[in-house]
Design a protein around this ligand. Sequence first.
Ligand code: ADP
Ligand code: GN1
Ligand code: MG
Length: 358
Amino acid sequence: MENSVLTLIKNFQLAGNIKSVEPFGNGHINVTYHIVTTKDEYILQEINSNAFKDVDILMNNIDIVTKHIKSKGENSLDIIPTLDNRLYFEQDGRYFRVYRFIKNTICYESVKSNIFLAIKLGDAFGKFHHLLSDLDASLIKETIVNFHNTPVRYQNFSDAYAKSSYAKRITAEREIDYILDHQNTYSKIVDGIKKGIVKEHITHNDPKINNILFDKDTKEVCAVIDLDTVMPGSFLYDVGDAFRSLFTGENEDSTNLSLLKVDFNIFKEYMKGYLSQMKDDLAEQEIELIPYSIYLMTIECGMRFLEDYLRGNVYFHVDYEKHNLVRCRTQIALAEDVLENEKKLLEIVKEILGGLKK
Ligand code: ADP
Ligand code: GN1
Ligand code: MG
């Protein structure tokens, strides 16, 4: 790939001559390279057009969102245009884009030994929600339709299950049963949206910890990245998925399921940061749904991994055949622990809100 990267990178408006090209990061979706030139550094990504069917919509969304954030004086991704001033480059049905590399930054897979980062993450995603709250939502289109519509995700899983072979099913019997047995628990947020109890906003939809860049020295948040799924959604999707990601940490691929637990310290710290920005924007019914949203985003992620395993690993990047099954197991383990702790989590939310409103 590196030789072809050298050829295709010439189609972008880069400063200087290429010094190096290296694969970069731990994303599950795009293929990412770090490019160093004699004058600057860049991120080149092959956009996963299997996940993102309409790259035009995708790149337009990112262009609008990054300009909106920057117009408020905040840092965001800089898209480097192609020589003919387009937002991405297409070659033989493959799609590529370049961002300016945000220097002197670090991204984490976990906050376990850096608990102080949790409050900063919460604050950053709260601020992200605020910054986008006055953006004309009709400008932002869905890049993956029904991305966090869990009942639709369940239908997709059921379809994969129906089409899978008996030999494959018996390797994932317990996981399949868990997802089937819990089918009545998947619709509270979409129902809330239909009833108007849960509001739709422009949200990130993939608030994984490694989608935030921190300054290496100050450990302050530099930018929220991975804007591919920024689209209309519920604040609860981001709140729930942020905790799914934080409680999972680097254990998404672990076979030691006892590591997949709610971490109350992380929850408190992140919530303090998030609610300091968002306390006046959440309705009472949305607040009540926070613990459930963590369960929902976790089990949704589990069923997506399981669906992909049953389909033969066609969506998420995998390192071995059962990788998605292993990931599904960690998500189910975490979802179970969240269910057991819903009440305690809500008490913590209310305690923090009480303190902030004094
Ligand atoms: P994926 O959708 O595959 O997760 P991301 O856009 O999150 O792709 O990029 C993968 C990784 O590349 C990120 O986790 C981060 O480490 C790094 N990265 C992406 N964009 C930048 C950037 N502009 N500057 C520095 N690092 C970046
Ligand atoms: C993917 O792209 P990445 O690695 O940040 C996925 C998320 C999942 C996550 C699970 C576009 O995130 O929805 O929650 O993996 N992104 C997409 O680790 O499907
Ligand atoms: Mg990412």
